[in-house]
Design a protein around this ligand. Structure first.
Ligand SMILES: CCCCCCCC/C=C\CCCCCCCC(=O)SCCNC(=O)CCNC(=O)[C@H](O)C(C)(C)COP(=O)(O)OP(=O)(O)OC[C@H]1O[C@@H](n2cnc3c(N)ncnc32)[C@H](O)[C@@H]1OP(=O)(O)O
Ligand SMILES: CCCCCCCCCCCCCC(=O)OC[C@@H](O)COP(=O)(O)O
Length: 270
């Protein structure tokens, strides 16, 4: 008789475990905590190796992050590797659905490539510090004039130090099932440095990851690297066209890759 009262106690965790919401929170918490731990490990290694802030630290960060996809049940199918075989600096642009994008980014990150990120990221504890050590360029999105001058400096640094930069031209995370209109910064950057743009598209996460519905299942992400877009000879007058052109190729690639993503389990919910 005494053990009977324990039945509901045991049932609660069981029910929570089988409910999607529990899995969602567990995986999200685990992801953040694990990334924090990896960053804590990476900080002394980066400092020992390069003595401080250096884009070369991204090699180490990349190799430390590669296994995280297995822990979350995610698979990446990459196509278009040949388009990354470009010498010298370039700007990579990609869509941005979630902090999980970091996993895909690390799958294909070329050498000497770092990112542009919102300045708030620097306060994300050990992750913030590792971002700084990896040479990430921080911008203040609320102050366009500041962001512009930081990005103009970045254009010079790219050429001087032979650095590649990854920018999320939507300017924010977005999971609305489509791309947001692009901001212009990435295109000014590429034109100012006169370097090519390499668009990269992540297929929609909606078949396995839904923030509002608290769903986080296993899933496959298609990562499509698209042919580079040259900017040689272009000026700031051409930025709008360049932006539209890039949006159009990425938009059709997004719709195409997202419609055919293999399902892990269950129907797609929209
Ligand atoms: C082992 C350790 C493990 C631990 C863990 C490791 C993980 C760490 C590793 C790695 C993680 C990395 C993950 C990073 C993820 C971060 C993601 C983010 O943070 S996404 C948000 C920030 N990114 C952006 O916002 C960029 C895109 N935004 C832009 O480029 C914007 O254009 C911006 C901010 C520069 C300005 O934004 P506006 O909102 O004012 O909008 P507009 O329309 O683009 O600009 C206004 C006017 O200014 C001109 N303009 C813009 N940029 C210009 C420029 N550079 N030069 C001249 N004019 C410019 C434009 O042409 C426009 O003028 P006209 O309308 O055309 O007349
Ligand atoms: C104390 C906070 C700890 C945070 C640890 C996070 C561990 C995961 C590491 C991935 C970093 C990726 C950063 C990222 O993807 O940021 C989201 C922003 O781009 C978009 O933000 P917003 O919605 O536009 O404000």
């Amino acid at each position: 008789m005494d053990v009977l009262w324990m039945v509901p106690l045991l049932l609660i965790p069981l029910l929570m475990w089988t409910s999607g919401a529990f899995v969602f929170y567990f995986k999200k918490f685990f992801y953040v905590a694990w990334m924090m731990c990896l960053a804590l490990l990476a900080i002394p290694l980066c400092i020992l190796k390069s003595g401080g802030r250096d884009v070369e630290n991204m090699r180490l960060i990349r190799s430390l992050v590669r296994h995280v996809k297995y822990l979350l049940g995610l698979r990446f199918e990459v196509s278009g590797w040949e388009h990354l075989q470009t010498e010298g600096p370039y700007v990579i642009i990609s869509n941005h659905q979630s902090s999980l994008d970091v996993l895909g980014l690390m799958e294909i990150l070329p050498d000497r490539c770092t990112m542009i990120a919102k300045k708030e990221l620097i306060y994300a504890g050990t992750v913030g510090l590792i971002c700084w050590l990896g040479g990430i360029v921080f911008i203040n999105r609320k102050k366009t004039s500041d962001a512009k001058s930081v990005m103009a400096d970045a254009a010079e640094t790219m050429l001087k130090d032979q650095i590649r930069l990854w920018v999320f031209p939507e300017g924010t995370r977005n999971q609305n099932g489509d791309l947001l209109p692009f901001k212009k910064g990435a295109f000014h950057l590429a034109v100012q440095a006169q370097v090519p743009i390499i668009p990269v598209v992540f297929s929609s996460y909606r078949s396995f990851y839904l923030r509002k519905e608290k769903q986080f299942k296993s899933g496959t992400i298609r990562l499509k690297i698209l042919p580079k877009i040259e900017t040689k000879g272009l000026t700031s007058d051409d930025v709008s066209d360049l932006c539209d052109k890039s949006f159009n190729v990425m938009h059709s690639a997004f719709l195409e890759t997202s419609s055919s993503v293999p399902q892990s389990n269950g129907p797609v919910s929209h």
